[in-house]
Design a protein around this ligand. Structure first.
Ligand code: C2E
Ligand code: MG
Ligand code: MG
Ligand code: MG
Length: 284
C-alpha cells in the first residue's frame, strides 16, 4: 500500500485516495466503538408458512446506526468487522440477542424458529459452537429452533474445515440453511456434501420470476432440487401477491419478504405476533 512519500520519492498516493483512506479510518474507528456504544442492533423479519400464512419464525438481521455515518449496511460492515477481528465479539452479541428473543417468542409458538446469518470467519473456530450452546442453555430453548444461514461463498474458501464445523453443529441439533442459493459460486456438489435442512432461493430469482419464463423455470428447478435433496425450501424477497402465488404454486414451504413484512424492531415484531394471535389467523 502507498505511504506518504519522502521528499525524493514518487508517490501514487493521490488526494482522492487520501480522502478514501480518511473515510475508511473514520469508519474503522467508529466500528471499533459501535458495540460498546450500543449502535449495533437486530431487526427481525418474519418467516411465513406459505400455506397457512402462520409466522413460523424470524431471520435476525444486524443493523449499525452511527451518529456520523448514518445507517451502514451489514454488507459493508460485516466484512470490515471480519477484517478487523471484531466479528467474534459482534457475533457473540448477535447470537445472545437472537437466542434470547427466540426464547421470548417461543411463548407464542413452542417451536419458534430463529435464523441467524453466519459469516466465513465465524466458521473458523469453535467459538461459534460454544457461544450457541451457552446461549441456548441459558435461555432454555432447543437447538433445532436455531437455523444457521451460510452462503455458498462461505463454503468454497475451505470446504473441509467448513464441512467439519457444520457437521458438528448439525450433530448437536442446529438447523442449517444454504442462503442466497443460485448466486455466487454455486456448485451443486455442495448440496450432497453439506448437511443442509433448508434451501433459501435468492431474491434476485424471485424478483424476475414473474417477468420472464426462464426465471420462473429457474425458481421451479431450484425448488425441485431442494425437495429432491430432502430440504425445506424458503423463498426470499417476496414483494407482491403475484410472487406469493408463485411460491404457493411451486410448493415452496415458506417465504420472507416485504409483502408480508419488512424486518421489524423487537417491539414491532412482538406487536405483529400478538395481533395475529388475537385475530386467530396466524400462529399456533
Ligand atoms: P440475507 O441473509 O440474504 O438477508 C436478506 C436481505 O434481504 C436483508 O437485507 C433483508 O432486509 C432484505 N429483504 C428482505 N425482504 C426483502 C424484500 O421483499 N425486498 C428486498 N429488496 N429486500 C428484502 P439486509 O438486512 O440489508 O442484509 C443483507 C445481508 O447482510 C444479509 O443477506 C446477510 O448476508 C448479511 N447479514 C445481515 N445480518 C447479518 C448478521 O447478523 N451476521 C452476518 N454474518 N451477516 C448478516
Ligand atoms: Mg440470510
Ligand atoms: Mg439470503
Ligand atoms: Mg442475501
Amino acid at each position: 500500500t502507498a505511504k506518504f512519500a519522502g521528499k525524493n520519492t514518487y508517490s501514487f498516493f493521490t488526494p482522492a485516495m487520501y480522502d478514501q483512506s480518511q473515510k475508511r479510518l473514520k469508519i474503522v474507528s467508529e466500528l471499533r466503538r459501535a458495540l460498546t456504544r450500543q449502535e449495533i442492533t437486530l431487526v427481525y423479519q418474519p418467516i411465513v408458512n406459505a400455506f397457512s400464512k402462520e409466522v413460523i419464525g424470524a431471520e435476525a438481521l444486524v443493523r449499525w446506526n452511527n451518529e456520523v455515518l448514518g445507517s451502514v449496511s451489514p454488507l459493508d460492515f460485516i466484512p470490515l468487522a471480519e477484517e478487523l477481528g471484531l466479528i467474534v465479539e459482534m457475533s457473540d452479541f448477535i447470537i445472545a440477542q437472537a437466542v434470547a428473543q427466540c426464547a421470548q417468542w417461543s411463548m407464542y409458538r413452542a417451536d419458534f424458529l430463529m435464523a441467524i446469518n453466519v459469516s466465513p470467519r465465524q466458521l473458523r473456530d469453535n467459538r461459534l459452537k460454544r457461544s450457541l450452546i451457552s446461549a441456548i442453555e441459558s435461555n432454555n430453548i432447543h437447538c433445532h429452533q436455531i437455523m444457521l444461514e451460510v452462503t455458498e461463498g462461505v463454503l468454497v474458501d475451505n470446504v473441509d474445515a467448513a464441512l467439519s464445523f457444520l457437521q458438528e453443529l448439525t450433530e448437536q441439533g442446529f438447523q442449517l440453511a444454504i442462503d442466497d442459493f443460485g448466486t455466487g459460486y454455486s456448485s451443486l456438489s455442495y448440496l450432497k456434501t453439506f448437511p443442509f435442512h433448508r434451501l433459501k432461493i435468492d431474491r434476485s430469482f424471485i424478483h424476475d420470476a414473474l417477468l420472464s419464463h426462464e426465471d420462473e423455470t429457474l425458481v421451479r428447478i431450484m425448488a425441485d432440487l431442494g425437495h429432491q435433496f430432502g430440504m425445506t425450501v424458503v423463498a426470499e424477497g417476496i414483494e407482491n401477491r403475484g410472487q406469493e402465488q408463485l411460491v404457493e404454486k411451486l410448493g415452496i414451504e415458506a417465504y420472507q419478504g416485504n409483502y408480508f413484512s419488512p424486518p421489524l424492531s423487537p417491539g414491532d415484531f412482538q406487536s405483529l405476533i400478538e395481533k395475529s394471535k388475537d385475530n386467530g389467523v396466524i400462529l399456533i
